[in-house]
Ligand binder design. Structure first.
Ligand code: CP
Length: 311
C-alpha cells in the first residue's frame, strides 16, 4: 500500500499506483459498510479534528462517520463559534489544535493553499477537504470509485465535466485524477466559466453542451459557484439551464448506458433537471455520497499508518 506523503493535500502529484491503492482500499471499506460491520480498533486512541471554515454537509459528515467507524475520537470544531471570530489567525488556531496532539486534521478553507500552509506548521496529518478553487481530493476519489464500480475501469472512458469549471475545485481534482488514470476528459461550459489554463490540463474543451456530451460514458454536472464569482459571468439561471442544464434531451446524445453524477449540493432547474437527478438507473448521485464515507475511511487508514504510534 503506497502513499507518497504524510498528508493528502491534492490529487495532482499522485501516480496511478497511489490512486489505485486508495481506490482498492476504499472498495473494501464500501463492502464493510454495506455489511454493517465496523473496524473500531484501527484508529483507537487517535484524534481527528474537522476544521471547516466553509459550509459543508457531505464532506464534514462523512469524515466524522469515517473517523468514528474506524474508532477515532472525532471533534467537529465549529468555526462560527470559535476564537477565529475574535481575530485568531488560521496558523494560531492550528498551533492550538497541534498542542492538543491532534493526529489527523481535516480542513476546508476558502483560500487555495490553506491546507498546504497548515501542513508545514502542525505535526498532524493534514487532509484537504476543499481549498478555494484549488482541489477537493477526496471528492475526486469518491467520484472515481463510483465510476469504477459502474464501468469496471477508468482507462479509456469519456468523461464530460460540465458547468462552472473555472471556480470548481471538484473539477480540478477530477481532471487530475481521471487523466492520470487514462480517461478522456472533456470540459463543457460557457466560455466565461472555462479556465484560462484549460489547454494545459490535458482535456478537450467544448462550449456546445450537446457536442460535449456526444458519446460520453460519464456526465458529471457542477453547481454554479456564485460565491466565488466576480461580476456577472452568467446572464440568468433560466438562460444557463436552457444552454447548459442537463435534461433528457441533452442526455440523449451521451451513451445509452452513461451515468450521471453531481458532487452536490445541487441546484435543481439550474445545472440539472430533477427528472435526471432522480433518474432510477442513470443517476448515481446517492452512491457518490455512500462512496464518500468509504473513500474517507481509506484516506484516514492510509495516513494513520504513517503516524508515529505515540505522540
Ligand atoms: N461535495 C461536497 O463537497 O459537498 P459539501 O459541500 O456538502 O461537503
Amino acid at each position: 500500500m503506497s502513499h507518497p506523503s504524510k498528508h493528502l493535500l491534492a490529487i495532482e502529484g499522485l501516480e496511478p499506483p497511489h490512486i489505485g491503492d486508495l481506490l482498492d482500499l476504499a472498495e473494501s471499506y464500501a463492502l464493510l459498510n454495506r455489511s454493517g460491520k465496523t473496524q473500531r480498533d484501527l484508529l483507537k486512541g487517535r484524534t481527528l479534528i474537522n476544521l471547516f471554515f466553509e459550509d459543508s454537509t457531505r464532506t464534514r459528515t462523512s469524515f466524522e462517520l469515517a473517523g468514528k467507524r474506524l474508532g477515532a475520537d472525532v471533534i467537529n470544531m465549529s468555526v462560527s463559534t470559535s476564537s477565529v471570530n475574535k481575530g485568531e489567525t488560521l496558523l494560531d488556531t492550528a498551533s492550538t489544535l497541534n498542542a492538543m496532539q491532534c493526529d489527523l486534521l481535516v480542513i476546508r478553507h476558502a483560500q487555495s493553499g490553506a491546507p498546504a500552509l497548515l501542513s508545514q506548521k502542525v505535526d498532524a496529518a493534514v487532509i484537504n477537504a476543499g481549498d478555494g478553487t484549488h482541489e477537493h481530493p477526496t471528492q475526486a476519489l469518491l467520484d472515481a470509485l463510483t465510476i469504477r464500480r459502474h464501468k469496471g475501469r477508468l482507462e479509456g472512458l469519456v468523461v464530460a465535466i460540465c458547468g462552472d469549471i473555472t471556480h470548481s475545485r471538484v473539477a480540478r481534482s477530477n481532471i487530475h485524477l481521471l487523466t492520470t488514470m487514462g480517461s478522456r476528459v472533456r470540459i463543457v461550459g460557457p466560455p466565461t466559466l472555462i479556465p484560462a489554463d484549460a489547454h494545459r490540463l490535458g482535456v478537450e474543451v467544448f462550449t456546445d453542451m450537446k457536442k460535449g456530451l456526444e458519446g460520453a460514458d460519464v456526465v458529471m454536472m457542477l453547481r454554479l459557484q456564485r460565491e466565488r464569482m466576480v461580476g456577472g459571468l452568467v446572464p440568468s439561471a433560466r438562460e444557463f439551464f436552457r444552454f447548459y442544464g442537463l435534461d433528457a434531451e441533452k442526455l440523449a446524445v451521451a451513451k445509452p448506458d452513461s451515468i450521471v453524477m453531481h458532487p452536490g449540493p445541487m441546484n435543481r432547474g439550474v445545472e440539472i433537471d430533477s427528472a435526471i437527478a432522480d433518474h432510477p438507473t442513470r443517476s448515481v448521485i446517492g452512491e457518490q455520497v455512500e462512496m464518500g464515507v468509504a473513500c474517507r475511511m481509506a484516506v484516514l487508514d492510509i495516513l494513520a499508518r504513517r503516524l508515529p504510534r505515540n505522540r
